[in-house]
Design a protein around this ligand. Sequence first.
Ligand code: F6P
Length: 338
Amino acid sequence: MSKTNIIKAFFMSSKIRNIALLTSGGDSPGMNACIRAVVRAALYHDLVPYGVYDGLNGLIKNEIKELKYKDVSNILQMGGTILGTARCKEFHEKEFRAKAYENLAAKNIDALIAIGGDGTFMGMSIFSNEFDIPVIGIPGTIDNDINGTEYTIGFDTALNTIINSIDNIRDTAASHHRIFLVEVMGNNSGTLALYAAAASGAREVFMPEKKEDLIEIKEKVKKAIAANRSSIIIVSEGDEIGGAQQLYDYLAEQHLADKIRFSVLGHIQRGGRPTFIDRLNATLFGEKAVVSLLQGRSNIMIGIKEGKVATEDFLLSQEKKSIQNMEYLKLIRKLSVY
Ligand code: F6P
């Protein structure tokens, strides 16, 4: 028997035969690449993959369909998620989780893979313990705010979208010698803001992890205006200032509006074709999730640790993640002192 067949035979001894896959929470570029990898890896290991539509809602509403090889052809390069997604409040209630379990049991589904954020993982962890069903999580969110992994699917594409948008904004900023306040997503995490600022040559970044003094902010902006330069200031949506518009309003009250504009990038950050990094990691994560189920693992998340694909306990993913590479802030400020 060849080595490949020995490995396959080992996995065949697993009790898992039918697996379901869902995407939940905010969509992120690379989710489709991950769906493809899960389906194709499942078929390789003689499992029957099922897709659950519209996140946890689909579990409750029994929107669960078998996925065939061709169902995931030509999706790797697409943004969004072909399965649809949602934020599902009902899953917080045991009654609806029981309904979800009934729907899975009726199709003899033995295990679940959920691509989403920490909220999804919390629900999955409760569900797994309640009904003794193996569950594996795959981190998919542009925010990169899940503890226990250095990276989440979609983070890289969102960053590329942000820096490309800033490049465009710079044309106007430079031509008019203006200061642009650019608001980026990230929920309560400033990771997107910090990384985007470091990679786009922003003059400043304001994020929830670092309290700033409004008077100091005003002085910095005044200095930039006095130098007749164009500057980019990135504001994370979760910052206590309250976003780019609020900061603009404050600066306008200080009679600085003339040289300042703001731009809220919004949902363009969540869409688009995934980058190489997101496609590759999503593919690695999807395959690893299937193999982990076959190895009898449950209640874990697939992630990146020290640059390599690794697994992490669900419980750890529930803890608050501290911002990675906060030292970028010093660098950003060091490079824009004048
Ligand atoms: O979690 C991803 C994210 O895009 C956050 O950055 C943002 O705060 C939130 O989702 C927006 O959610 P919605 O699309 O539901 O308004």
